[in-house]
Design a protein around this ligand. Structure first.
Ligand SMILES: Cc1cc2nc3c(=O)[nH]c(=O)nc-3n(C[C@H](O)[C@H](O)[C@H](O)COP(=O)(O)O)c2cc1C
Length: 456
């Protein structure tokens, strides 16, 4: 008698335990980024009628910036592997005629993939997918949470690029509906239907209403999901023909955690001082530039931003060193003592974290979390870290995300029942270095005009 395969929740529980264990990943040689697979005319997104300003939002988030050798994007990504792709579902009120499009980040152009439904609401829906092979080759069995975190960062970058303007973000839409809306097969059918092309797994969606137009429909994906599948991608040499065990496992795990029906759409807000220029210039600081403690008030503001970015995400705390080391939340001190050396050990032994100015950590996602919670914890943590990263940049701080966490049972370390409270993501923060004492002192800056200045 053959043994029945474990239920999805049990499979995910085991996979989560494996990711969080000290098992060393079996990695493969570097997989180069493959050419954009969607054919057809390459259309400019900017232009008249662009009430839902997708061109601006994509330029600030996913477009390859000119002059960088074609690799980096404005958004951060684990290992700089950038697995996130965007499919644009345009209704009336956008700069291109209604229809489905695939977005090419290298040319910042949209490729038409089919018509729009007759009753499509105005505005744009963006479905974010991930390709797996590069991240899985690099991180092995630890890749799938990083793909979720990456998709969260990309959703945040796109949402902030589009805000203000009523943009809504869903991190829990059903995978089958996302695939159908974007005109893509489910991951399990992909290679049979479109051999020689990279599988894309949809994980999140954004809704950009037209200008100051009406409130978004409650189900912006529904009309799109009734259409037949859209145009085919072009097969490419070297695409996912050889399925490693890890690639197959990651694909299956990610697809199985998007099975719950329904979707909730939360508004995106740009933190104060985050400009388009900040979104464009955001970078991850090098670890050696992350040693100076951030000013306490600025740290508190970034911590509050991370905590408030999503109502469906894990909670955040900040580990600080100095004279009064501890683990802080927006409500007070969670624990005394310097947690940073332990965090460094838990974050795949990245020693620099032990002396970082401060380390924000998102924690929750119990060992026995249901599939939907595993998905939302990681997507929302990535989203919140993305928002916090640009807010820190706008406040003059330096930041770097931290994605791989092993044995990081924060709850157990704080004396609670083991298995209930794990770190899922982190963001190292630092202030600029204090001016060198030997350097000539600059004259004090004049007070900023406030409009209500005191008279001498
Ligand atoms: C989900 C995620 C996890 C990351 N994890 C780490 C990490 O553990 N250690 C690290 O040094 N950098 C980490 N990074 C930073 C990336 O290496 C960085 O974003 C990438 O090299 C691109 O550079 P940029 O952010 O300056 O554009 C992470 C980034 C993301 C989005």
């Amino acid at each position: 008698m053959t043994e029945a395969p474990p239920a999805t929740s049990e499979l995910l529980r085991r996979a989560l335990a494996d990711v969080r264990s000290s098992r060393v990943p079996r990695t493969a040689p570097y997989v180069p980024e493959r050419a954009f697979p969607w054919g057809g005319p390459a259309l400019c997104l900017a232009g008249a009628g662009g009430a839902a300003d997708l061109a601006r939002a994509l330029r600030r988030s996913l477009a390859v910036p000119p002059g960088t050798g074609g690799r980096l994007r404005p958004v951060a990504s684990a290992g700089a592997l950038h697995p996130v792709r965007a499919h644009l579902l345009l209704g009336p009120g956008c700069s291109l005629p209604p229809g489905r499009y695939a977005y090419d980040p290298h040319t910042h152009r949209a490729h038409p993939r089919g018509r729009a439904p007759a009753d499509v609401p105005p505005g744009a829906v963006v479905v974010l997918t991930v390709t797996l092979s590069r991240t899985v080759a690099h991180y092995g069995h630890r890749a799938w949470p990083l793909l979720l975190l990456d998709a969260g960062h990309a959703a945040a970058a796109l949402a902030l690029g589009a805000a203000p303007g009523g943009v809504r973000v869903s991190l829990d839409a059903e995978g089958a509906e996302l695939s159908a809306a974007a005109g893509l097969p489910r991951a399990g059918e992909w290679t049979a239907r479109w051999p020689g092309t990279d599988v894309e797994l949809p994980l999140a969606a954004l809704w950009l209403p037209p200008g100051r137009g009406p409130a978004p429909p409650t189900a912006p994906l529904a009309a799109w999901a009734t259409l037949p599948r859209a145009s085919d991608p072009v097969p490419q040499p070297g695409a996912e023909t050889a399925w490693t065990r890890e690639l197959d496992a990651a694909r299956h795990l990610l697809e199985s955690m998007t099975a719950d029906p329904g979707s909730t759409w939360h508004p995106a807000r740009r933190p104060a001082h985050v400009t388009d220029e900040i979104l464009r210039t955001r970078r991850s600081a090098t670890p050696s530039d992350l040693t100076h403690p951030p000013a306490p008030d600025l740290l508190a503001r970034v911590l509050a931003t991370a905590g408030a970015a999503r109502p469906d995400g894990p909670v955040w705390a900040a580990a600080v060193g100095g004279d009064t080391p501890g683990l802080r939340t927006t409500a007070g001190t969670l624990a005394a003592g310097d947690a940073r050396p332990t965090l460094a050990r838990w974050a795949a032994g990245q020693q620099w974290i032990g002396t970082a100015g401060a380390v924000l950590v998102a924690h929750g996602c119990p060992a026995d979390a249901p599939p939907a919670l595993i998905r939302s914890s990681h997507l929302a943590a990535g989203y919140a870290a993305g928002v916090a990263h640009v807010h820190a940049t706008a406040l003059g701080l330096r930041a770097r995300p931290i994605g791989s966490w092993q044995q990081a049972d924060l709850g157990a370390a704080l004396g609670d029942t083991p298995g209930h409270d794990w770190i899922v993501h982190g963001l190292a923060l630092a202030g600029p270095p204090p001016p060198a004492s030997s350097a000539p002192q600059a004259p004090p800056a004049p007070p900023a005009p406030s409009g209500k200045e005191e008279r001498p």
